[in-house]
Design a protein around this ligand. Structure first.
Ligand SMILES: O=C(O)CCC(=O)C(=O)O
Ligand SMILES: [Fe+2]
Length: 209
Protein backbone atom coordinates (compact mmCIF):
# COMPACT_ATOMS: atom_id res chain seq x y z
CA UNK A 1 0.00 0.00 0.00
CA UNK A 2 1.40 3.38 -1.01
CA UNK A 3 0.55 6.22 1.29
CA UNK A 4 1.87 9.72 0.94
CA UNK A 5 3.30 9.63 4.41
CA UNK A 6 6.71 9.99 5.93
CA UNK A 7 7.28 10.01 9.67
CA UNK A 8 9.32 13.17 9.32
CA UNK A 9 6.24 15.16 8.34
CA UNK A 10 4.84 14.70 11.84
CA UNK A 11 5.71 16.62 14.91
CA UNK A 12 5.04 13.92 17.46
CA UNK A 13 6.58 15.91 20.31
CA UNK A 14 3.18 16.68 21.82
CA UNK A 15 1.64 13.72 23.60
CA UNK A 16 -1.87 12.85 22.48
CA UNK A 17 -4.51 13.87 25.03
CA UNK A 18 -8.26 14.35 25.24
CA UNK A 19 -9.81 17.64 26.26
CA UNK A 20 -13.08 17.78 28.27
CA UNK A 21 -16.39 17.05 26.55
CA UNK A 22 -18.85 18.34 29.09
CA UNK A 23 -19.94 21.90 28.44
CA UNK A 24 -17.90 22.13 25.24
CA UNK A 25 -19.56 19.80 22.76
CA UNK A 26 -22.22 21.64 20.77
CA UNK A 27 -25.50 19.94 19.86
CA UNK A 28 -27.21 20.71 16.56
CA UNK A 29 -30.82 19.54 16.66
CA UNK A 30 -32.01 18.38 13.24
CA UNK A 31 -35.48 17.60 11.91
CA UNK A 32 -37.13 14.26 12.56
CA UNK A 33 -35.59 13.48 15.94
CA UNK A 34 -31.98 13.56 14.79
CA UNK A 35 -29.09 15.52 16.21
CA UNK A 36 -25.37 16.03 15.64
CA UNK A 37 -22.86 16.87 18.37
CA UNK A 38 -19.67 18.60 17.23
CA UNK A 39 -16.48 19.40 19.10
CA UNK A 40 -13.59 20.61 16.96
CA UNK A 41 -10.22 19.92 18.56
CA UNK A 42 -11.38 17.29 21.04
CA UNK A 43 -8.02 15.52 20.78
CA UNK A 44 -4.77 17.43 21.26
CA UNK A 45 -1.48 16.09 19.93
CA UNK A 46 -3.31 14.13 17.23
CA UNK A 47 -0.19 13.74 15.08
CA UNK A 48 1.02 10.89 17.27
CA UNK A 49 -2.28 9.04 16.78
CA UNK A 50 -2.37 9.67 13.04
CA UNK A 51 1.14 8.35 12.65
CA UNK A 52 0.09 5.03 14.21
CA UNK A 53 -3.15 4.88 12.20
CA UNK A 54 -1.28 5.41 8.93
CA UNK A 55 1.00 2.49 9.73
CA UNK A 56 0.37 -1.16 9.12
CA UNK A 57 -2.69 -1.80 11.30
CA UNK A 58 -4.31 -4.21 8.88
CA UNK A 59 -6.03 -1.86 6.44
CA UNK A 60 -8.03 -3.73 3.82
CA UNK A 61 -9.65 -2.80 0.56
CA UNK A 62 -13.23 -4.00 0.88
CA UNK A 63 -16.57 -4.31 -0.78
CA UNK A 64 -19.80 -3.14 0.72
CA UNK A 65 -23.47 -3.64 0.19
CA UNK A 66 -24.85 -0.30 -0.94
CA UNK A 67 -28.59 -0.38 -1.52
CA UNK A 68 -29.06 -3.44 -3.74
CA UNK A 69 -25.51 -3.69 -5.10
CA UNK A 70 -22.13 -4.70 -3.81
CA UNK A 71 -19.56 -2.05 -4.67
CA UNK A 72 -15.82 -1.62 -4.16
CA UNK A 73 -15.38 1.00 -1.49
CA UNK A 74 -13.01 3.83 -2.43
CA UNK A 75 -11.27 3.86 0.97
CA UNK A 76 -9.51 1.32 3.16
CA UNK A 77 -11.17 -0.27 6.17
CA UNK A 78 -10.16 -1.76 9.49
CA UNK A 79 -12.79 -3.11 11.86
CA UNK A 80 -12.17 -3.50 15.61
CA UNK A 81 -14.73 -5.79 17.23
CA UNK A 82 -15.76 -6.07 20.86
CA UNK A 83 -12.76 -6.09 23.21
CA UNK A 84 -10.17 -5.88 20.46
CA UNK A 85 -7.25 -3.68 21.55
CA UNK A 86 -7.18 -0.39 19.67
CA UNK A 87 -3.89 0.63 18.04
CA UNK A 88 -3.23 3.75 20.14
CA UNK A 89 -3.97 4.28 23.86
CA UNK A 90 -5.59 7.64 23.09
CA UNK A 91 -8.31 5.74 21.24
CA UNK A 92 -8.94 3.53 24.26
CA UNK A 93 -9.25 6.70 26.35
CA UNK A 94 -11.58 8.23 23.77
CA UNK A 95 -13.80 5.15 23.92
CA UNK A 96 -13.99 5.40 27.73
CA UNK A 97 -14.67 9.15 27.62
CA UNK A 98 -17.46 8.67 25.09
CA UNK A 99 -19.03 5.97 27.25
CA UNK A 100 -18.82 8.19 30.32
CA UNK A 101 -20.34 11.20 28.54
CA UNK A 102 -22.97 9.51 26.35
CA UNK A 103 -23.71 6.33 28.33
CA UNK A 104 -26.58 7.81 30.37
CA UNK A 105 -28.31 9.09 27.22
CA UNK A 106 -27.44 6.13 25.00
CA UNK A 107 -28.30 3.52 27.62
CA UNK A 108 -25.54 1.18 26.47
CA UNK A 109 -21.81 1.35 25.74
CA UNK A 110 -20.04 1.91 22.46
CA UNK A 111 -18.60 -1.48 21.52
CA UNK A 112 -17.04 -1.52 18.06
CA UNK A 113 -14.55 0.80 16.38
CA UNK A 114 -14.76 0.91 12.60
CA UNK A 115 -11.92 2.76 10.94
CA UNK A 116 -11.77 4.19 7.43
CA UNK A 117 -8.70 5.51 5.66
CA UNK A 118 -9.27 8.09 2.92
CA UNK A 119 -5.94 8.06 1.13
CA UNK A 120 -6.59 11.25 -0.84
CA UNK A 121 -9.44 13.29 -2.32
CA UNK A 122 -10.49 10.44 -4.60
CA UNK A 123 -11.48 8.36 -1.61
CA UNK A 124 -14.98 9.00 -0.32
CA UNK A 125 -18.16 7.45 0.99
CA UNK A 126 -21.44 7.92 -0.87
CA UNK A 127 -24.73 9.02 0.70
CA UNK A 128 -25.96 6.41 3.17
CA UNK A 129 -27.26 5.85 6.69
CA UNK A 130 -25.59 3.33 9.00
CA UNK A 131 -28.67 1.10 8.93
CA UNK A 132 -27.41 -2.43 8.60
CA UNK A 133 -28.30 -3.29 12.20
CA UNK A 134 -30.68 -2.10 14.90
CA UNK A 135 -30.17 1.46 13.65
CA UNK A 136 -32.59 0.59 10.84
CA UNK A 137 -35.44 0.89 13.34
CA UNK A 138 -34.03 2.32 16.57
CA UNK A 139 -32.42 5.55 17.72
CA UNK A 140 -28.72 5.16 18.36
CA UNK A 141 -25.42 7.02 18.24
CA UNK A 142 -22.37 6.84 16.00
CA UNK A 143 -19.37 8.77 17.38
CA UNK A 144 -16.64 9.73 14.93
CA UNK A 145 -13.15 10.95 15.81
CA UNK A 146 -11.23 12.27 12.83
CA UNK A 147 -7.48 12.39 12.22
CA UNK A 148 -5.49 13.89 9.36
CA UNK A 149 -6.58 16.14 6.52
CA UNK A 150 -9.93 17.85 7.09
CA UNK A 151 -12.83 16.53 5.01
CA UNK A 152 -16.45 17.68 5.23
CA UNK A 153 -19.20 15.37 6.47
CA UNK A 154 -22.43 16.26 4.67
CA UNK A 155 -25.89 15.37 5.99
CA UNK A 156 -29.22 15.55 4.20
CA UNK A 157 -32.72 14.48 5.24
CA UNK A 158 -34.02 11.25 3.74
CA UNK A 159 -36.59 12.29 1.16
CA UNK A 160 -34.86 15.53 0.30
CA UNK A 161 -34.00 18.89 1.77
CA UNK A 162 -31.07 21.14 2.29
CA UNK A 163 -27.81 19.50 3.29
CA UNK A 164 -25.69 20.43 6.29
CA UNK A 165 -21.92 20.44 6.39
CA UNK A 166 -19.65 19.69 9.34
CA UNK A 167 -15.93 20.06 9.03
CA UNK A 168 -14.07 17.00 10.31
CA UNK A 169 -10.54 18.12 11.04
CA UNK A 170 -7.56 16.67 12.88
CA UNK A 171 -8.74 15.67 16.37
CA UNK A 172 -12.39 16.67 15.87
CA UNK A 173 -15.40 14.79 17.28
CA UNK A 174 -18.77 14.40 15.63
CA UNK A 175 -21.59 12.30 17.09
CA UNK A 176 -24.68 11.49 15.03
CA UNK A 177 -27.55 10.69 17.39
CA UNK A 178 -31.26 10.12 17.79
CA UNK A 179 -32.89 9.03 14.54
CA UNK A 180 -29.99 10.37 12.43
CA UNK A 181 -29.10 7.03 10.80
CA UNK A 182 -32.61 6.42 9.51
CA UNK A 183 -34.05 9.90 8.95
CA UNK A 184 -30.87 11.46 7.53
CA UNK A 185 -28.10 10.34 5.20
CA UNK A 186 -24.45 11.30 5.39
CA UNK A 187 -21.47 11.23 3.02
CA UNK A 188 -17.83 12.24 2.65
CA UNK A 189 -17.63 13.66 -0.89
CA UNK A 190 -14.69 13.32 -3.20
CA UNK A 191 -12.64 16.44 -3.75
CA UNK A 192 -10.26 17.58 -6.48
CA UNK A 193 -8.40 19.70 -3.95
CA UNK A 194 -5.04 18.21 -2.99
CA UNK A 195 -5.75 16.64 0.40
CA UNK A 196 -3.60 14.28 2.42
CA UNK A 197 -4.82 11.14 4.15
CA UNK A 198 -7.65 11.17 6.68
CA UNK A 199 -8.57 8.43 9.14
CA UNK A 200 -12.07 8.26 10.62
CA UNK A 201 -12.60 6.25 13.81
CA UNK A 202 -16.27 5.42 14.40
CA UNK A 203 -17.52 4.06 17.70
CA UNK A 204 -20.87 2.25 17.59
CA UNK A 205 -22.96 0.23 20.06
CA UNK A 206 -23.31 -3.53 19.54
CA UNK A 207 -25.54 -4.48 16.64
CA UNK A 208 -25.23 -1.12 14.87
CA UNK A 209 -23.35 -0.96 11.56
O1 LIG B 1 -15.50 9.07 7.31
C1 LIG B 1 -16.38 9.26 8.15
O2 LIG B 1 -16.18 9.93 9.14
C2 LIG B 1 -17.75 8.67 7.95
C3 LIG B 1 -17.71 7.23 7.56
C4 LIG B 1 -19.07 6.60 7.48
O3 LIG B 1 -20.05 7.26 7.37
C5 LIG B 1 -19.20 5.14 7.59
O4 LIG B 1 -18.20 4.44 7.50
O5 LIG B 1 -20.32 4.67 7.79
FE1 LIG C 1 -21.78 6.13 7.87
Amino acid sequence: MELAHQPSMFDVAEEAALTPLRGRVRRHVLDGGAWVDHLPGWVRGSDAVLEVLLGDIGWRADRRQMYDREVAVPRLLRWYGRGEALPHPLLTEAHAALDAHYGPELGEPFVTAGMCLYRDGRDSVAWHGDRLGRSRTQDTMVAIVSFGSPRPLLLRPVGGGESLRFSLGHGDLVVMGGSCQRTWEHCIPKTTRPVGPRVSVQFRPAGVA
